[in-house]
Design a protein around this ligand. Structure first.
Ligand SMILES: [Zn+2]
Length: 407
């Protein structure tokens, strides 16, 4: 992925993030290389690098002497210069991580939720954030922000037919604003599948990919869409609600009002239903060799094949990753059942890898991706932050940007 900066003075906070992320991905890296990677002028790179170094986010590292004169100094991220928090909220739990600027996980913890409604969950999430920071020993002023991700939702809830796969109260910015106020730090809200796609790039098999789909199996089913190195967000940030694409004509009725939606067949909720349980909360330890579970995996493969073909023809990804809140043997058993996939744009003979791969970053991949949001989310010029709840913030990023920082 190449990140393009802009040389207009107005967008300097944005350019700081572009430079910081480019250093993280290519370190150690010279200023000249950074100018080439970001499209910024060498003067702009030098100025931003100086600011980031002064703020403690970047450091200079020695470089081998290549000719006459002083050897140039490379830039690298200062891992302990800044830290971010990431949280994934599901209908049953919150998974949290604290990572340093290099992406190393300093702390991780999960708490069960009995009620995901913001009035109950926001105080618990604030407590979890404080616990992660306290346990790490990191100074509070070094925390750059919190990224929170939750399942996508289609629209206003229908009180007569509540959708068990979404979280009431978490579709707007109200809950994340309350969390930002409670913690005194910026909170960025996004959806779990997009965060999983970003997390998989940092911690899993997507490191060298620039166009891919992450099918995220949670209580429902979402897709993180990365095309040409950028997350596709959509008009309301909801792109990727693949779970509600009808794939079985006249199939099972869905909470969205349609019939035959993909997530009525491929999701933790669908699995729980198949096993005669109320929801994902009640699922036992999952063994793909169990006859009832094996039958569900086989039945899920058909609609999933259809959806993968649609995604491939629509987006031309390098591969489709399948991951989320199922154990690796379950994911692998599902992938094994997809063979043979129907012909699509992706079935050309000279492709470099498999059409479908198992994601490897683990079940807290969304929380890990969420921790990148305070730095990464605004890197795409098209992606505005979901919330900007930093008004009156007690904590400011070390580079001194303010609540009005558009970057
Ligand atoms: Zn639906």
């Amino acid at each position: 992925m190449t990140l393009a900066g802009t040389n207009q003075e107005l967008t300097r906070p944005f350019n700081r993030k572009v430079v910081l992320e480019s250093v993280r991905r290519h370190q150690p890296v010279s200023r000249a290389e950074l100018a080439r990677l970001t499209g910024l002028t060498p003067q702009a790179v030098s100025k931003i690098a100086a600011e980031l170094t002064q703020a403690g986010l970047l450091r200079t590292v020695g470089r081998r002497r290549t000719g006459r004169g002083q050897p140039p100094l490379d830039l690298a991220v200062n891992p302990s210069g800044g830290f971010t928090l990431g949280m994934e909220i599901t209908p049953t739990a919150v998974h949290g991580v604290l990572v340093d600027l290099a992406g190393s996980v300093c702390e991780r913890a999960s708490i069960p939720l009995t009620d995901p409604a913001p009035v109950a969950s926001v105080p618990q999430m604030a407590e979890l954030a404080r616990a992660l920071v306290t346990r790490s020993g990191v100074e509070e002023r070094r925390i750059l922000g919190l990224g929170v991700v939750r399942p996508g939702a289609l629209g206003p809830p229908d009180p007569d037919h509540p959708d068990p796969t979404v979280l009431p109260g978490w579709d707007g910015a109200g809950a994340s604003d309350a969390l930002a106020e409670s913690l005194g730090m910026p909170v960025t809200l996004d959806n779990d599948a997009t965060a999983a796609a970003i997390g998989e790039q940092r911690y899993g098999v997507a490191e060298s990919l620039s166009s891919y789909v992450y099918l995220f199996i949670g209580e429902g089913l979402g897709a993180g869409l990365i095309v040409d190195g950028r997350p596709i967000k959509g008009a309301r940030g909801m792109a990727g609600e693949i779970g509600h694409i009808p794939v079985v004509p006249g199939g099972r009725s869905c909470y969205c009002g349609n019939r035959g939606c993909l997530e009525r067949y491929v999701s933790r909720h669908a699995l729980a239903e198949h096993l005669g349980l109320r929801g994902g909360r009640d699922l036992p330890a999952l063994d793909p060799a169990d006859p009832a579970i094996a039958a569900w995996l086989t039945a899920a493969a058909d609609p999933l094949r259809a959806a993968i073909t649609v995604l491939e023809n629509l987006l031309d990804p390098q591969t489709v990753l399948i991951g989320g809140h199922l154990p690796a043997p379950m994911l692998q058993a599902l992938i094994d059942r997809l063979d043979p996939l129907p012909p699509s744009l992706a079935s050309h003979p000279d492709r470099a890898g498999p059409r479908v791969m198992r994601a490897t970053a683990g079940e807290d991949v969304s929380a890990l991706g969420a921790a990148a949001l305070p730095l990464f989310e605004s890197l795409s010029p098209l992606a505005a932050p979901s919330t900007a709840a930093v008004e009156g913030s007690a904590v400011r990023p070390p580079w001194g940007s303010t609540a009005a920082d558009p970057g």
